[in-house]
Design a protein around this ligand. Sequence first.
Ligand SMILES: CC(C)(COP(=O)(O)OP(=O)(O)OC[C@H]1O[C@@H](n2cnc3c(N)ncnc32)[C@H](O)[C@@H]1OP(=O)(O)O)[C@@H](O)C(=O)NCCC(=O)NCCS
Length: 173
Amino acid sequence: MCARLPMSLAVATSPPTLAAERAEDAEAVERLVFAAFGPGRYAKAAERLREHGEAPLLDCSFVAWDGPQLVGCVRQWAVSVAGAPALLLGPIAVDPAYRRHGLGGALVERACEAAAAAGHKLIVLVGDTPLFGPHGFAAAPRLVMPGPVDQRRVLAKALASDAPPLEGPVAAA
Ligand SMILES: CC(C)(COP(=O)(O)OP(=O)(O)OC[C@H]1O[C@@H](n2cnc3c(N)ncnc32)[C@H](O)[C@@H]1OP(=O)(O)O)[C@@H](O)C(=O)NCCC(=O)NCCS
């Protein structure tokens, strides 16, 4: 009988590959996000922005594949900060069996690189400093999210020297 490898070993020997999200990945992305966050996700302030937005920017959103299985995702959306264009990063989710191997960090890095390459100047998000801090995100105490939020979790990363100031309301684009 052929025993399955423990998942951690499988991850170590065959790391997932990252690719830009495609329209046809949406269902699998939603499944992963729902499994990671549960229905509480829809109460989040960041979700207020996304539900009015058109769709994620696919060239700045990424998925991680282990063979045919979608095991990680990060999305970015067009928003405005005090009227200036910016991106909202999130949600980000990694399948529990693949966590703590650097995949979340790799998705953040790839999303930031793609955003900079596409000419975006600022990324904002609501998230955890231990995950995002090492990738250049810092607290943005003067950004105002559209809904209740732990202000300490409002983070931003400027991608250009002429990025908009980190103050004012974050709104759907
Ligand atoms: C958050 C999440 C995407 C991280 O994915 P990951 O592949 O485990 O991320 P990484 O392996 O790149 O971890 C990078 C760092 O983030 C931090 N981190 C990741 N998960 C963490 C957790 N559950 N608690 C505290 N810190 C965490 C750690 O500092 C970690 O570095 P370390 O492993 O060297 O200590 C994943 O845990 C997940 O899907 N969680 C559920 C959904 C969620 O909470 N999304 C993020 C909201 S901000």
